[in-house]
Design a binder for this molecule. Sequence first.
Ligand code: NAP
Ligand code: GLV
Length: 312
Amino acid sequence: MLVMIKSGGAQAMPAWREAFANALPEADVRCWGDPGVPPEAVRYALVWEPERGALARFPNLRMVISTGAGLDHVLADAHYPHGVPLARMILPETRDGMAEFVAMGTLMLMRDMGTVARNQAARRWQTMPFTPLARRTRVGVMGLGALGLHAARYLAGMGFEVSGWSRSPKSIAGVASYHAMANLPVFLRRADILVNLLPQTADTVGLLNRQRLSMLPRGARLLNAGRAGHVVHEDLLALLDEGHLGGALLDVFEAEPLPPGSPLWTHPGVIVTPHCAATPSRADRAHRAAQLIRLAEAGAPVPDLYVPARGY
Ligand code: NAP
Ligand code: GLV
């Protein structure tokens, strides 16, 4: 069966081929844009940010698999071939990687490590007035799905006072749970550190604007590892400048790589990380893609599929 790959470009193909040779030896793995591939031969596509209209050119496509957990980069294609199942890439490595990144970022924000790093660059010795503690810090996690739920539990295990917000109600030991738009203000009002792990959908885009970010307690900090489209960056920078917010760690951006001229690079309240929160290895992702393809080939239910009625 023929698997087309668009992730990492031509230079990534040797690694993908080696990984698939182990995980799915029967697969004929081809690089996106290979002129020797007749479109009707393509059965599966493993993709990150496919060009608009590209997937619709494969008439016999059985499933599209995102190389990441998010599907927004595929669904941005108005010509996506409706009816072709679309699967998310969720591995234990994604969950653990994200939980560890969120733990690191939350501690960095709590302890103002952005300022410490800038002070070091300037050879400036500036002690902190007191040591903040996890058990005195309230963290709110937006999105309690595969990644948010794991991160929320991880933070609770570290001693943080954790709450979460999702679309549907949840009952999670050690995590105060809120759901629906009506309860967003009360959730935001009790977050000293807000962690965003929502998927980007029509309902969540632009959610973290001036009005909502202003609901956070004065001095609150934001960790965004969801999508850039959730946060209105001009509003974020204004609230940092006004002192309402105390800092932000941003992992995802509208344009990636973040352009050199972006004010986010140099703002003293912002830590920039290069979309590195949770990317499992190609070997792990090929292994997961192989599992999903085998299930699809067997006509068995495939997990982690896009649900159009929810938008994620
Ligand atoms: P998921 O399993 O689909 O979970 C999504 C969560 O968001 C669910 O709890 C869902 O509520 C909630 N939600 C969705 N729409 C909502 C709304 N309108 N109001 C309130 N809650 C809403 O997604 P995931 O696997 O955890 O991944 C989340 C996102 O993380 C991805 O879409 C991607 O953008 C991002 N991500 C980033 C990186 C990185 O490296 N920075 C890596 C992987 C993923 P219900 O529980 O009620 O359904
Ligand atoms: C990364 O952003 C992903 O969606 O996995």
